[in-house]
Design a protein. Sequence first.
Length: 244
Amino acid sequence: MLEIIYEDAQYVAINKPNGLLVHRTRIAEEKKEFALQLLRDQLGYRLYPLHRLDRGTSGVLLFAKSPAAAAPLVQAFDERQPDKTYFAVVRGYAPESGTINNPIRPDKDHAHKEAQEAITHYTRLATVELPIPVGPYQTARYSFVKIKPETGRMHQIRKHFAHLRHYIIGDKKHGDWRHNRMFLEELGSASLLLHAAALQFEHPFTKATITIKAQLPANLCRLCQQFSWSPVLATQEVLPQSVV
């Protein structure tokens, strides 16, 4: 059963787990389960995805219950109106805050297309230094960052932090395999440490401001506790259930 975190007459949102695709794609035909299919079967009626999350990313995923409900929010996403908040664990000590506006180039299947404008704002919330050698260094440093993407390009957050060389941990395509392997072997963490924590938008029908929040997945929650980041999380309003 998928975790439903918001529902009204027009919309429903889930806390998508790591590793689940939003819907069937050409590059993942072998997968048999998708968020769209699972939630449709769970609720018993057709749904319409309003935005996307990468397979590895957990967190808020919003669907419409009809084409009429989908249209205004699809337009709102196109116009960058919804406010999105992510949390991630990245390699190294990231700057305290900044904006990444490096254009995003399409993946090789669409290499003929021009790079698209992409803007990501971020704030560093906490750091940790682990006494574990990775590569040429005898210790390993990491940051917990709050991310506010202004645009919504494919793999935007992952590519932007790779551009800074503050790779998101667990990112197999754009990340650093040495740190990914250390997290797997030493910390038992295999998932992408990127979480869509909150989504805020104006409801097209009621005009109310809707804020949907998704609890951290168990693995990221465990790491935050292990790194003593729980007090930082408590100030962010999006709390893992075991940190209160």
